[in-house]
Design a protein around this ligand. Structure first.
Ligand SMILES: Nc1ncnc2c1ncn2[C@@H]1O[C@H](COP(=O)(O)OP(=O)(O)OP(=O)(O)O)[C@@H](O)[C@H]1O
Ligand SMILES: [Mg+2]
Length: 353
């Protein structure tokens, strides 16, 4: 068995600090969080090591000559963890190339990946399918800024429409007036060069639900709650860029995740239902992580689905999916091997030895 591993690796230049660290001295033209979605070498190596149990692992960096290297590698299966290079369809490029070359691969297909990445399109599908999600206004260009006036209820929370890893998300995303909203929207439009989603601010607790499996067999792993009271005093209770990449370092005492979440069975069931509803509505496969928050009435609302979930192996990096798996007694290798078996069974109808 030959198994390919498609990935995008963070540049290792001096502008990076630490394993999960942020960029400390960006070029003036680049947003501070430009490469934050890509994986560090430790994560890529940990996945490769776990996959070796199945046979030879061929490392395939998903850069310009990826299509020919994938074609020539003659792999039986592709483990896809590539976040993609750029643009709103970046996460779909590798799976689309694999489909073109008829290589079976792990994870969601190009349509689901592109839908999940576009928070506006995903919201339309959620609404259509009855998946709870907060109301929002779309600002596609400066000409739409007036949509932030009038009937919209404040506070709002503004984010770039097709980013991840909390790119463009900071305390300034929380706005309480049309003037503030317009200023932030202008900044996001200019910095990230894409539409902005202005969503009702959800003031309640935040959770993340890891999902494993597909179709009827998809199930959630133990839920995780964010303990926002552990953030520096006076911070807004959100998982913004600072909380994810600057304050949370392997060598700091950052302890924001509660896993399993200590909540009532009733709330847990509502969160699981919403998470699985979102996963199925977008047609996700094999695994994903669904982010949710409670509204002012304590009702779960889906923020987004991440069909390429973060999988950092170091427990000190507080990666949610490995942490949720470990709450079930599953090691990192067992998680990677388990999801590979799920994907192989889905793609080929047979069991992977
Ligand atoms: N409507 C909202 N109300 C309150 N907080 C929000 C809202 N939308 C987003 N947030 C906060 O911002 C964080 C990041 O938002 P979101 O999950 O939508 O973006 P992301 O960058 O795609 O995240 P990820 O790192 O999971 O890919 C959330 O974890 C949450 O703390
Ligand atoms: Mg998120």
């Amino acid at each position: 068995m030959r198994i390919g591993l498609a990935y995008n690796q963070r540049p290792s230049d001096a502008t990076w600090s630490g394993g999960a660290g942020g960029r400390t001295s960006p070029e003036p033209s680049a947003p501070i969080d430009e490469y934050v979605e890509w994986d560090d070498p430790e994560t890529i190596e940990a996945v490769g090591k776990a996959l070796r149990v199945f046979g030879d692992v061929v490392y395939l960096e998903a850069i310009d000559d990826f299509p020919t290297r994938l074609r020539d590698a003659k792999v039986d299966f592709l483990f896809n963890m590539a976040e993609g290079m750029s643009g709103p369809n970046r996460e779909s490029h590798v799976p689309a190339i694999a489909e073109f070359l008829e290589v079976p691969y792990l994870g969601s297909d190009p349509l689901s990946l592109a839908l999940a990445l576009h928070k506006g399109r995903a919201k339309e599908v959620f609404v259509q399918r009855g998946v709870p999600t907060a109301p929002a206004v779309l600002v596609e260009s400066d000409a739409d800024l007036e949509r932030l006036n009038g009937a919209t209820t404040y506070p709002l929370f503004l984010k770039p429409i097709w980013e991840g890893s909390s790119k463009g998300i900071a305390e300034a995303s929380h706005v309480t007036s049309p003037a503030e909203a317009q200023e932030r929207a202008r900044h996001l439009l200019a910095t990230y060069r894409q539409p902005v989603l202005a969503e009702s601010f959800l003031p309640g607790d935040e959770f993340t639900a890891a999902v494993l499996g597909h179709g009827k067999e998809a199930a959630t792993l133990p839920l995780i709650r964010y303990k926002f009271h552990t953030l520096p005093e006076g911070s807004l209770p959100i998982m913004g860029y600072e909380a994810k990449w600057l304050w949370d370092q392997p060598d700091t005492e950052f302890d924001i995740l509660e896993c399993p979440a200590r909540i009532s069975e009733e709330l847990a069931a509502a969160l699981r239902d919403a998470a699985l509803g979102a996963y199925r509505a977008l047609g996700c496969r094999d695994w994903a992580r669904v982010d949710l928050r409670l509204d002012a009435d304590g009702k779960p609302q889906v923020l987004e689905v991440n069909p390429l979930p973060g999988i950092m192996p170091d427990p000190g990096a507080h990666s949610c999916l490995p942490m949720a798996a470990s709450a079930l007694g599953m090691s990192y290798d067992e998680l990677i091997q388990g999801v590979t078996r799920i994907a192989w069974r889905r793609a080929t109808g047979s069991e992977l030895q």
